[in-house]
Design a protein around this ligand. Structure first.
Ligand code: F0G
Length: 378
């Protein structure tokens, strides 16, 4: 549908999404997020590296989940579903709650008690979700959701729902359209491992349209990319998946039972898309790596202070990874690198305030006091 202005990713990418033609679209105008070039991380620039940030925190509920949720909820509604359910570390629950509100259906969300960021909880509450705080972690919630969906009339909207990944693959399309080609490296945080798999699906579909030697991984839609106006790509990036050290099953090579990290969004020990993510790394000739919490938080602050971009801790993991691999020479000079910033920093104000050493002074409400503070700090 061409209305002359952007109306969301289902309208934009209809021909590559497995939705019925006459379905009622549930959208909040998600997608179309900015790809921002880093300007001030100078040493990266010095190596001739073009470092871009795909700021997914600017989706309607502040994370990349909206890309998948618009497709999953549209499909659920077209199947006649009256309720959706998910386990979540926070962002999926916020997104599910918002799209359920938009669709006029119920959202049930299972979250780990005491372990989700305040902004995300506020969103689920405001959008009227039924919130089940479980005495357990995300992985426990995921197990329960899968069990209950066999016994109650609810549609799961976690990324094990294939419609979620179909929506999320559109981020790769936007990147290729913006750059005119695929980047050399794509850096992304990994939790449940759906998003890295979705991005790879998108890149493979794009490459498959211009190179018959490339078969794409999804096999779900026919990959008709004829509407892409920018040059089609034959390239696929190396996919680099980054985790927090305390929640890094892909580094360990095995599931872990007690994941722990300050980046609560990726506090996951049993990723559901394990095989798909492993295949993504292998096929793309990429790698996994992990970073301790303090390095993740330093990178979050580095971006906020030097580039004016405020992402949540989990998202900063991707940039910590890119900067590390550039410095180590694993990413060669003159490469084009895209980092996905999965969620907005406002999601987790507690962490931001706790780690900030911003100047916060209390003064009298008098001109003199304001002036003195300015002159003392220029
Ligand atoms: N970054 C953020 C901000 C997230 O919320 C998530 C996942 C990820 C990265 C990891 O993406 O799971 O596809 O590998 N959050 C889920 C949730 C698990 O419930 O909101 P993934």
């Amino acid at each position: 549908m061409d209305t002359g202005f952007y109306t969301g990713l289902i309208d934009r990418y209809r021909s590559i999404l497995p939705l019925a033609k006459d379905c009622k679209v549930i959208s909040l105008c998600e997608g179309n997020t900015p790809l921002v070039r880093c300007r001030n991380l100078e040493w990266a620039n010095r190596k001739g590296i073009k470092l871009y940030l795909k700021f997914e925190g600017l989706n309607p509920t502040g994370s990349f989940k909206d890309r998948g949720m618009t497709v999953a909820v549209t499909q659920a509604v077209s199947e006649g579903s009256r309720a959706i359910i998910c386990a979540s570390t926070g962002n999926t629950s916020a997104s599910a709650a918002a799209y359920a509100a938009r669709a006029g259906i119920k959202a049930f969300v299972l979250i780990p008690d005491g372990n989700i960021a305040m902004g995300k909880l506020a969103q689920a509450m405001m959008h009227g979700a039924i919130i089940l705080q479980i005495r357990g972690n995300f992985d426990d919630g995921m197990r329960l959701v899968k069990e209950v969906a066999n016994e109650a009339p609810v549609n799961i909207v976690n990324s094990i729902n294939p419609y979620r990944l179909q929506g999320q693959k559109t981020a790769s399309y936007e990147i290729v359209e913006a750059l005119g080609d695929a980047p050399d490296f794509h850096c992304i945080p990994v939790g449940n491992a759906g998003n890295i798999s979705a991005h790879w699906t998108g890149y493979c579909e794009l490459a498959a349209t211009s190179n018959s030697n490339v078969t794409h991984a999804c096999g779900f839609c026919d990959g008709d990319c004829s509407f892409i106006t920018s040059p089609k790509t034959t390239l696929r990036p190396k996919m680099l998946g980054y985790q927090a050290t305390g929640a890094a099953p892909f580094i360990k090579g095995a599931m872990i039972d007690e994941p722990e990290t300050v980046a609560t969004a990726i506090r996951i020990g049993h990723p559901q898309s394990w095989d798909f993510a492993q295949a993504t790394i292998k096929e793309s000739d990429g790698w996994f790596y992990s970073f301790p919490d303090d390095q993740i938080l330093v990178t979050q602050k580095l971006l906020a202070e030097n580039e004016g971009i405020f992402c949540e801790p989990a998202s900063a993991t991707a940039v910590a990874g890119a900067l590390h691999d550039i410095e180590q020479g694993n990413i060669p000079d003159n490469s084009t690198v895209v980092c996905t910033l999965t969620g907005h920093g406002l999601k987790d104000p507690d962490i931001a305030i706790k780690q900030s050493n911003a100047m916060l002074v209390t003064i009298d409400a008098q001109l003199d006091s304001v002036k003195r503070t300015i002159l003392d700090n220029l």
